[in-house]
Design a protein around this ligand. Structure first.
Ligand code: BTN
Length: 236
């Protein structure tokens, strides 16, 4: 990967989309601060100086149905890099990197992933995987329910952290079959009672597994249901 660094930018994902549509690949847009950071579901994403805010552009030869594996790979890579930095990072389905609080499925959010892509029915053109990690950020500057590497384990060398994250991502994109098993190993959601909001309504039950494409399998009162995408809440 080549890295394009910015002290301050609107959103690294916006810049990544621009580079992708110019035909670039294997480039990472990295910033110390974002002033227009975007989260999932059109939420704002707080991204002050001290974090790791990056977007990775790649052009894999895959069908769009496989694209979620890239998002899972991004969360696995992020969680593994954070664990090396001394943080007990786990993954909340589908791709939030969190730190457990207690042992009933509660957590604080350490990092989030926002993947955007363009492509045809049968082939992906490009994927921009946006990864936001609360790295060297004071606890009192974080949004509610969030944590940082600084708060959990002390400051991390961001250069080294990014390097490890990219190495891990590179390994998993070259071995997509390893992604879901690695994801399972880090999952905080499996075994939890969950409520998942989908466009078509909510599902409540126990999260029992993920499929080979990363969809969540939920045991409900009326049997097993598989959910490909949605907002997931851990219940007690
Ligand atoms: C989420 O809602 O959990 C996803 C947050 C994704 C934030 C990252 S920071 C780098 C990249 N640029 C953005 O504007 N968003 C993503």
């Amino acid at each position: 990967f080549s890295i394009e660094y910015h002290d301050s930018i609107g959103s690294t994902n916006d810049r990544a989309r621009e580079l992708a549509s110019e035909g670039m690949t294997d480039v990472v847009v990295l910033a110390d601060e974002q002033v227009g950071g975007r989260g999932r579901l059109e939420r704002e994403w707080s991204a002050p100086s001290g974090g790791v805010w990056l977007s990775l552009v790649t052009r894999p030869d895959i069908a769009p149905a496989q694209a979620p594996l890239y998002t899972l790979a991004a969360s696995v890579a992020t969680a593994r890099a954070a664990r090396e930095a001394g943080v007990d990072a786990r993954i909340k389905w589908p791709n939030d990197v969190v730190v457990p609080v207690g042992d009933e499925g509660e957590y604080r959010k350490l990092a989030g992933i926002l993947t955007e892509m363009e492509g045809q029915m049968d082939r992906v053109d490009w994927i921009a995987a946006g990864i936001g990690v609360n790295a060297n950020i004071d606890a009192d500057a974080l949004p509610e329910g969030a944590t940082s590497i600084r708060a959990e384990a002390g400051d991390v060398d961001r250069r080294r952290f990014v390097q490890r994250l990219l190495e891990e991502f590179d390994r998993y994109r070259g071995d997509l079959e390893a992604v879901v098993p690695a994801w399972r190993d880090l999952a905080l959601t499996l075994g939890q009672r969950v409520r998942v909001e989908r466009a078509t309504g909510e599902i409540v039950g126990e999260a029992v597994d993920v499929t080979e494409s990363g969809a969540l399998v939920i045991e409900t009162e009326d049997g097993r249901e598989t959910v490909a995408a949605g907002d997931c809440e851990h219940l007690r």
